[in-house]
Design a protein around this ligand. Structure first.
Ligand code: 7TS
Length: 422
C-alpha cells in the first residue's frame, strides 16, 4: 500500500476496500516466526504493531533531526519544534478539536486520566461530591478516581451493567444528581469490545450539570471521533494502540477547562516566569507539558495518523467489522465456548472461555501455534467479578489481520480442546 504521509486530501472515498495482503507488507513484524509458526498477532487491544512509515519516522528523527524543542535558536531545534507542533495539529484534526492548544501530549491514557483526576480533581472537588464511572472500566479509569475520592471525601458511584454486560442506562440516569461532578467512561470496553452509547451518556450527564471524560484508548483506532460534535469535556488515548510508539498519548480537553485548571507537574516548558516568590505559568498547551516531552513519539504519532487517514477510517471500520463477525460466528461452532459481552455492533475485540478449560492454559497452548492472544482479567477486575470469573481469553484484531488467521485459531482451539479433554 502506498502511504502518503501528510497528504490530508487522501480520504476513505479513494480506497474502497482493505486488501490485507497489501496492508501486511507495511508491517515488517508480521513476517516473524513464533515457535516455528508464522506469527498470528491477535493482541491488538494491548498494543498494535507499527507500520514501516512509523518505524522510518522514528529512525529518521534520531538520524537527522534530533534536538530539544521550543528552546533553541539553532536550525535543528527549530525543525524539531515545527514537526512536534505539526503533529499536535494533525492530532487535533484527527479528533476534530477546535484548536491544537487543546491537545496535550502525555505518556498515554493512564497519565491523561491521572492528570485530570489529580489536577482537576484536587482543585474542583469538594467533600460530598460524586464521580461516576462504570463497572466495565479499565483499572486506569478506576484507580485515579478511587484515590482522589478517598483523599477529598467524595463518593465513587458505579454505573451497573445489564445481563449481557452493557451499561444499564436507566440506572445511570437515576444515579446522577447535583452532586455528580464528572462521569468518566470507556468509549469502547477493552475486555469485551462493547461500544458504549457515549453520546447519550454525554447528553444526560451534561443535563445534570456533570462534566464527561471519555477513555478512548480502544476507540481512536477503530472509529472516527469528533470531540466537538460529541461535546465531551475530556478525552484520553494512547498512541501505541493506534500504530504509533509507546510513551506517547493525548489528553484532549476544552480550552476553558484547561485554562481553569492548575498545572499537574512543574518545571521545564510549563513556566512563564520563575522567581523565588512568584511563578507564572505558560499558555496552553505547554502548561501541561512539564519537562522535555516525547518529541520523537509525538512526531511518529503524527505519521501513524497519516497512515490511518490514508487507509480511511471507514474502510478500517468496515473491514474490522467483517473480521469480528467472522470470528464470532466461527467461535460459536466450538462446543462449550462462551462469549462475554457481545452485541451486533462490537469493536474487533472478543472475550471467551471454554467450559472445563482454564483461559491461561488456552493462551499458553495457542502460543505454541504462534498465536498471540491475551488471557486474564485484562485490567478489568470489577468486570470479571460481574461475570463471576477470574479471566477470559481475548482475541483483538487490527486491519492487518485476516479471516485465514481466524480459521487457524479455530483449528488450533479444536486441537487444544481434544488434547486437554482426552
Ligand atoms: N483504558 C483502556 C480502555 C485501555 O484499554 C487501556 C489499556 C488503558 C486505559 C491504559 O492505557 P495505557 O496506554 O495508558 O496503558 N489496555 C490494555 C489492554 O486491554 N491490554 O493491555 C493494555
Amino acid at each position: 500500500m502506498k502511504t502518503q504521509a501528510g497528504n490530508n486530501k487522501i480520504k476513505s472515498t479513494q480506497i474502497q476496500t482493505i486488501h490485507p495482503a497489501e496492508i501486511r507488507k507495511e508491517f515488517p513484524i508480521l513476517n516473524t516466526q513464533v515457535n516455528g509458526k508464522p506469527l498470528i498477532y491477535f493482541d491488538n487491544a494491548a498494543t498494535t504493531q507499527k507500520p514501516k512509515v512509523v518505524i522510518d519516522s522514528i529512525t529518521n528523527y534520531y538520524r537527522n533531526q534530533n534536538a530539544n524543542i521550543h528552546r533553541g535558536l539553532h536550525e535543528l531545534s527549530d525543525r524539531a519544534t515545527q514537526q512536534y507542533e505539526q503533529a499536535r495539529k494533525k492530532t487535533a484534526d484527527f479528533i476534530h478539536a477546535k484548536e491544537k492548544a487543546e491537545i496535550n501530549f502525555l505518556r498515554g491514557t493512564t497519565e491523561a486520566i491521572n492528570l485530570v483526576a489529580s489536577a482537576w480533581g484536587n482543585q474542583f472537588l469538594q467533600q460530598g461530591d460524586e464521580i461516576m464511572i462504570s463497572q466495565m472500566e479499565h483499572h486506569s479509569n478506576i484507580v485515579p478516581w478511587y484515590r482522589i475520592c478517598k483523599s477529598k471525601g467524595c463518593r465513587l458511584k458505579i454505573i451497573p451493567l445489564n445481563d449481557v454486560g452493557e451499561l444499564n442506562m436507566e440506572t445511570f440516569a437515576s444515579l446522577l444528581n447535583a452532586k455528580t461532578k464528572l462521569v468518566s467512561v470507556a468509549y469502547i470496553s477493552n475486555a469485551l469490545g462493547l461500544i458504549n452509547p457515549i453520546q447519550k451518556i454525554i447528553d444526560i450527564a451534561h443535563q445534570a450539570g456533570a462534566l464527561v471524560m471519555l477513555d478512548a484508548a480502544q476507540a481512536v483506532q477503530h472509529t472516527k471521533i469528533d470531540v466537538q460534535s460529541l461535546d465531551c469535556d475530556f478525552l484520553a488515548f494512547s498512541g501505541h494502540k493506534m500504530y504509533a510508539p509507546t510513551g506517547i498519548g493525548v489528553l484532549y480537553a476544552k480550552r476553558a477547562i484547561l485554562e481553569s485548571m492548575q498545572p499537574y507537574q512543574s518545571g521545564g516548558e510549563m513556566i512563564d516566569k520563575v522567581g523565588f516568590d512568584e511563578v507564572t505559568y505558560n499558555e496552553l498547551p505547554y502548561k501541561f507539558e512539564a519537562g522535555t516531552p516525547n518529541i520523537c513519539g509525538a512526531i511518529a504519532l503524527g505519521t501513524a495518523i497519516d497512515f490511518i487517514q490514508d487507509t480511511g477510517m471507514d474502510n478500517i471500520q468496515r473491514y474490522e467489522h467483517e473480521l469480528i463477525t467472522y470470528a464470532s460466528d466461527a467461535l460459536k461452532t466450538i462446543k462449550g465456548l462462551r462469549i462475554y459481552g457481545e452485541n451486533a455492533k462490537n469493536a474487533p475485540v472478543i472475550s471467551f472461555n471454554i467450559e472445563g478449560l482454564h483461559h491461561y492454559d488456552i493462551g499458553s497452548l495457542l502460543n505454541q501455534y504462534g498465536i498471540a492472544i491475551r488471557t486474564g482479567h485484562h485490567c478489568t477486575q470489577p468486570l470479571m467479578d460481574f461475570f463471576g470469573i477470574s479471566g477470559t481469553c481475548r482475541a483483538s484484531f487490527a486491519f492487518y489481520n485476516t479471516k485465514e488467521e481466524i480459521d487457524r485459531m479455530i483449528q488450533a482451539l479444536n486441537h487444544i480442546i481434544k488434547m486437554l479433554t482426552k
